[in-house]
Unconditional design. Structure first.
Length: 343
């Protein structure tokens, strides 16, 4: 299996949560899962690096560790109002120039902007910092209501826990949906979180104290092969279609129909990875009725065809046993996850 090398660049005043989020996804070996990543941490001046949690972490690798990285990840940047060290800017630009993927979690988007990697491109950061980012870097197209944006060569995330969403997305891009779902299950996390971040920036959602949609989502997920209409979902939830649509918008940031489509495509990805079923059969099992409909919907969300996806991430038989073929050649497109882009 080809191992993807992820190197985290930590800076003084390091946020421990953002770094730990990346380490959970890329740095831990999981039982029953091929190890898809090699995870390293480096800093400009090796030694004790202060953290925001009140303790120092000991980092032994310097910036040269980034020269071998397939992905350079910056887990937050505490000193975003200050000019970045020239050596840090230089190493980020060099890594990007040679083709490494450069990833920023939360406030680290400011560092990528300083390095010129986001000029005339879309990016996100914590909702509280979005206005500041837009004011300081007017050539960056800031999207405040977005959990993460993956442009292929550069990716940015919203605040704190959205870094987990981005890391799981990158794992899904690199090694397939089943791999990412396995990691997410161990983290007791959803493989893909719906909606945008602005639902967390106001008190409106909390004030409504709406009943959780979780029981309905579980019920629908078990019946994806059935024709699930808005009226059927509303009847199961014992509410009106209009009220249900509002609850989906509040809690998930998407419409019921969009949520169903995403679940059906996710189920199709798993079947394409784990079975040799014909595409027509896959379409019927996930409730998309026909191979033609599946191809159209799949391409709209995954930016590739079911056949190409299966070639990249499907099971293959070899000799007397089977193995999972892991590939890092999957197509990367612009992949935002936001209330405005998916519902």
């Amino acid at each position: 299996m080809s191992v993807h090398r992820v190197t985290a660049l930590v800076l003084p005043g390091q946020s421990t949560f953002e770094l730990a989020s990346a380490a959970e996804v890329f740095g831990l070996r999981r039982p029953g899962l091929p190890h898809g990543y090699e995870f390293t941490v480096c800093t400009e001046h090796p030694g004790a690096v202060p953290t925001l949690a009140g303790y120092d972490m000991l980092v032994g690798a310097d910036l040269t560790a980034l020269d071998a990285a397939d992905t350079v990840l910056v887990p937050g940047w505490h000193d975003r109002t200050q000019p970045a060290p020239p050596a840090v800017i230089d190493v980020l630009q060099r890594a990007h120039g040679r083709g490494a993927r450069v990833v920023a979690i939360c406030s680290a988007t400011f560092l990528l902007a300083q390095a010129g990697l986001l000029s005339h491109r879309r990016a996100t950061t914590h909702w509280r910092l979005a206005g500041e980012l837009a004011a300081r870097f007017p050539d960056v197209e800031v999207e405040p209501d977005t959990l993460y944006i993956d442009l292929g060569d550069v990716a940015t995330s919203a605040g704190t826990a959205a870094g987990i969403d981005l890391c799981l997305h990158l794992a899904r891009t690199d090694h397939g949906a089943a791999y990412a779902a396995h990691v997410a299950r161990h983290m007791v996390m959803p493989p893909h979180r719906e909606g945008g971040q602005l639902q967390y920036s106001t008190g409106a959602f909390a004030d409504r104290q709406a009943e959780s949609l979780a029981p309905l989502l579980d019920w629908a997920t078990e019946r994806l092969h059935q024709p699930l209409t808005l009226d059927a979902l509303a009847a199961q939830a014992r509410t009106s279609p209009r009220t249900l649509a509002r609850r989906f918008a509040d809690q998930l940031g998407v419409s019921p129909g969009r949520w169903l489509l995403q679940q059906r495509v996710a189920a199709a990805r798993a079947l394409l990875e784990e079975t040799d079923l014909p595409v027509e059969t896959v379409a019927q099992r996930v409730g998309l009725s026909s191979a033609t409909n599946l191809r159209r919907r799949f391409h709209a969300l995954v930016h590739t065809t079911p056949a190409a996806y299966r070639r990249s991430f499907g099971h293959r038989e070899q000799g007397t046993g089977s193995h999972i073929r892991i590939s890092r050649t999957s197509p990367r497109g612009t992949t935002p996850v936001s209330a405005s882009s998916i519902g």
